[in-house]
Design a binder for this molecule. Structure first.
Ligand SMILES: [Zn+2]
Length: 164
């Protein structure tokens, strides 16, 4: 294989998207992850989700804490017209509502801003290596709560003990 000049990300990206009509789905033609979302690598060990890249290339940067969602419910779709921003909290609430009734009675709900964890839960969350979002969903708390905990804005006294 002959050496090629490194293409810019946008060029590399759109070459893998089947660009159909403006209202149709634009399927990702390369690798997908376990959830069916298009996947591409940008440098060693960095995995990007194709629909998020599609959004960023067309609409601009995705604000911290926001998710790119599909109007069409078609995970590999990269048509910018089918993508919109939603909060992780919306997502979490959505996912939790689907599991309603299976929550343990003492789950860590966030009805109030001053929700208190017990120390054990706080330790577990800080040590948890998964994404903020995955943790938030599991504990039934907001993404922001996980963020604050992991960045030492809450439970400061655990700092030296648990934080890496
Ligand atoms: Zn679509």
């Amino acid at each position: 294989m002959k050496a090629r000049k490194r293409q810019p990300l946008s060029e590399r990206f759109w070459s893998k998207v089947e660009q159909c009509g403006p209202d149709q789905c634009w399927p990702w033609r390369a690798a997908v992850n376990a959830n069916g979302y298009g996947r591409l690598t940008a440098g060693r060990g960095v995995n990007l989700k194709a629909h998020r890249v599609a959004y960023e290339l067309t609409e601009g940067e995705i604000a911290e804490g926001m998710s790119v969602l599909h109007k069409c419910d078609n995970p590999p779709c990269c048509n910018p017209n089918h993508l919109f921003l939603g909060t992780k909290k919306d997502n979490t609430r959505d996912m939790l509502s689907k599991h309603r009734g299976s929550q343990p009675p003492h789950s860590f709900g966030e009805k109030h801003h001053n929700t208190k964890f017990d120390e054990g839960a706080a330790r577990k969350i800080i040590a948890d290596q998964r994404t903020h979002r995955a943790i938030a969903v599991e504990y039934g708390i907001s993404w922001m709560t996980v963020f604050r905990l992991k960045h030492g804005q809450t439970w400061k006294k655990l700092d030296r003990e648990v934080r890496p």
